[in-house]
Design a binder for this molecule. Structure first.
Ligand SMILES: [Zn+2]
Length: 198
């Protein structure tokens, strides 16, 4: 399974990819003088990074990669995000789907990653199925979350993180660049629409 750093990168990438989906994106357009935090998508982008890491909170409990690593949990994330979006007056469907996609990115990365402990994979289709799924592609290395201060484990985890950054970093940067252009174009269209020719 990938490290929290790899999962967070996927969360950022998901938030920026979601901004490319047509629809009500007005709340995602930053003012010209905005800080980097606002331009990066502020709280929603940060929430997506946190949600992409969140399923591994089950490491604190028994039964890793079970209920939190499932479409059932993803559905609850969507519902919860929708409720928050309603209360803060944001586009409900967009926020709910963006948050669900960020959470689901964790499932995708774990599915693509190596797993050295049985049962291999994750119960991705819970509550519809208790089967564990894994791709077997081992695109991401196994990270160790025990004895993390020993030299062997430090080396193993550094190598895994470096590989995650090498794979996911360029994807996130590309999405960021495309998103900046897309939102700038959208802002120009909207300001044009706000000031019709007289
Ligand atoms: Zn996981």
């Amino acid at each position: 399974m990938p490290s929290p750093i790899g999962h967070a990168l996927a969360g950022f990438a998901t938030a920026w990819a979601a901004d490319l989906v047509p629809g009500d994106r007005a709340s995602r357009i930053p003012p010209a003088t905005a800080s980097l935090y606002v331009r990066a998508g502020n709280g929603l982008t940060l929430t997506c990074a946190a949600l992409a890491m969140a399923p591994d909170l089950d490491l604190l409990m028994a039964g890793h990669r079970t209920l939190t690593h499932s479409i059932g949990a993803t559905f609850f994330v969507a519902l919860f995000a929708a409720a928050i979006a309603v209360s803060v007056r944001r586009p409900v469907l967009r926020v709910a789907l963006t948050c669900a996609a960020a959470y689901a990115s964790h499932l995708l990365l774990d599915w693509l990653g190596a797993d050295s402990s049985r049962p291999y994979g994750l119960r991705a289709l819970w509550p519809f199925s208790d089967t564990y799924y894994i791709s077997g592609l081992d695109i991401f290395r196994q990270t160790a979350r025990r004895y993390i201060t020993t030299p062997t484990v430090i080396g193993q985890n550094l190598l895994a993180v470096a590989q995650e950054i090498a794979i996911l970093g360029p994807i996130a940067i590309a999405l960021w660049l495309v998103r900046v252009k897309a939102l700038a174009r959208l802002a120009a269209e909207m300001s044009g629409g706000d000031h019709p020719t007289q």
